[in-house]
Ligand binder design. Structure first.
Ligand code: HPA
Length: 237
């Protein structure tokens, strides 16, 4: 069940229009910027709902770059279709997150090795109760090696993919006690979809705000964070 399901109601591309490796970001305009700045000959393959997707080459390798929107339901749809209908092998999400511990500075890159969630996303797929939403270890390793080579400091570890942006402080305190470095809204669904489809996935995050201290990146600093993640991704994958 792949080719015959394309185009999908959400991705108006023909089978083969999407590369085997897809970089994704929540904001479709960020995907556009990455495509226009980093891809040679980017070709727009999707405009449905403004969730822009482009395919081009970088360093001789074919990549797609696509938006995924906000939250687990949204990335759940796009990553499911990319893995199962467009036969994408690898999805790397480049996103932002809120750090829970005061010691984690804004601008820090986090390689999200594992995600817990408050979402019910896995329920109807009958994932076992001991299912762990893991990034593909080889992608974590490759990204870590590239970050070191490029001199970009990073942390790797546990994140929480929440259905809620404006979380209750007491709940965030519990997550911090469990060792959660940061809160975002998508990694869990991406990892669950990759697991079920036997594909590869990683979420690379920049800390855009620190929930404990109230620090936040300026617009300019966000660009630097994004640049670091893009450079890691194109070097590693
Ligand atoms: N919570 C969830 N997602 C986020 C946050 C946050 O505080 N910051 C950036 N993405």
């Amino acid at each position: 069940m792949s080719k015959e399901n394309t185009p999908t109601p959400h991705i108006g591309a023909k089978y083969g229009d999407v590369a085997k490796t897809v970089l994704m970001s929540g904001d479709p305009l960020r995907a556009k910027m990455i495509a226009e700045k980093y891809l040679e000959n980017p070709v727009l393959y999707n405009e449905i709902r403004g969730m822009l997707g482009y395919t081009g080459t970088h360093g001789g390798k074919r990549y797609s770059v696509q938006g995924h929107g906000m939250g687990i339901p949204s990335i759940g749809i796009y990553s499911y279709e990319l893995f199962n209908f467009f036969d994408v092998d690898t999805i790397v999400r480049l996103g932002t997150c809120g750090a829970l511990d005061a010691s984690v500075k804004v601008g820090t890159v986090i390689l999200s090795e594992r995600a817990i969630t408050d979402s019910n996303y896995g329920y109807q797929y009958h994932l076992p109760s001991d299912y762990q939403a893991l990034a593909s270890p080889e992608l974590v390793e490759a990204a870590a090696r590239s970050a070191e080579k490029l001199g970009i400091p990073y942390l790797k570890g546990l994140v929480c993919s929440s259905d809620i942006f404006y979380n209750d402080q007491a709940v965030q305190d519990e997550w911090a006690k469990q060792g959660v470095l940061a809160v975002e809204m998508e990694a869990y669904a991406l990892y669950a979809n990759a697991y079920m489809a036997h594909k590869k996935a990683l979420t690379i995050l920049t800390v855009s705000d620190n929930i404990a201290t109230g620090d936040a990146l300026t617009a300019m600093e966000r660009q630097v964070g994004l640049k670091n993640m893009i450079e890691i991704a194109f070097d590693a994958f």
